[in-house]
Design a protein around this ligand. Structure first.
Ligand SMILES: CC(=O)[C@@H](O)[C@H](O)COP(=O)(O)O
Ligand SMILES: NCC(=O)COP(=O)(O)O
Length: 245
């Protein structure tokens, strides 16, 4: 099984928001990503709209519906009433529930499933009644996965931040991989589908997919955007030099 790649557009949106101008275009780069073979688009709108704006969601939904009907839209976020109303309006194929508080810089942990079981169960039922797949952001540990399953979740998305962050320390990286492998085995045993994301890169993906043969999807934003800048810089410099005459 080869995992599918969903492109997270948060980093592109953050660059766009530096100016009151429409570039880089979130929808335009979403189009490039899908045209290049990505299986879907991911966004993580935060309450302050500091990167993805709520108004981006309709544009991205239309892009997929009109031009890439086989692609999936994945919306991630904390299940506040505002978030739930957004996803009900834009009907992504997948909703990933993440335990972020509004002030958080980025996602840095999975759910405490025992503590939030009642709410997660209610929210999952609500989202699934609209036909959306529900995935839950989870730390790479078997603890709590049974409860995750009981909430009705279809999948868990393992938080790979510590794995990605261990890029300069092979021993720490191997340790994080072993944790991910153990957690994934438990998820498989429970019949939960597996997604993974956060700080994944071209360098750290091969080892991850090797220990997670049943991985369904990775969502990648920061590392992929950095890669696009690095590998696109030469061509862009040449284009600007040409524009100078
Ligand atoms: C849940 C997760 O790991 C990603 O959605 C991550 O939170 C991306 O969001 P930012 O781009 O805002 O860091
Ligand atoms: N769900 C993780 C995600 O969408 C992207 O995270 P990152 O690659 O921006 O760290």
């Amino acid at each position: 099984m080869v995992a599918t790649l969903s492109i997270n557009l948060n980093a592109v949106a953050m660059l766009r928001n530096r100016r009151d101008l429409p570039w880089p275009s979130v929808t335009g780069l979403g189009r490039v990503a899908l045209d290049a073979g990505a299986s879907g688009l991911t966004v993580h709108p935060r309450p302050d709209q500091r990167h993805i704006r709520f108004s981006d969601l309709g544009d991205l939904r239309a892009l997929i519906d009109d031009e890439f009907p086989q692609a999936e839209f994945n919306i991630e976020g904390y299940p506040s009433e505002e978030f739930l109303a957004l996803v009900e309006k834009h009907e992504p194929e997948q909703v990933t529930l993440v335990p972020d508080d509004p002030a958080q810089n980025t996602s840095d942990h999975g759910w405490d499933f025992a503590k939030h079981k009642v709410n997660l169960t209610e929210v999952t039922k609500r989202l699934k009644s609209h036909g959306m797949r529900v995935s839950m952001f989870a730390d790479p540990t078997p603890d709590g996965l049974e409860i995750a399953k009981e909430t009705g979740a279809d999948r868990v998305e393992f938080f790979t931040g510590p794995y990605g962050g261990a890029y300069a320390d092979p021993k720490a990286q191997a340790h994080e991989l072993a944790l991910l492998e153990r957690a994934a085995l438990k998820a498989v045993e429970l019949g939960l589908g597996i997604n993974a994301g956060h700080d994944l890169t071209v360098a750290n993906l091969p080892a991850l997919v090797k220990i997670m043969p049943t991985l369904s999807e990775v969502s990648i934003g920061h590392g992929l955007t950095a890669d696009a800048l690095e590998y696109g810089m030469r061509l862009s410099v040449q284009r600007f030099i040409k524009a100078l005459g």
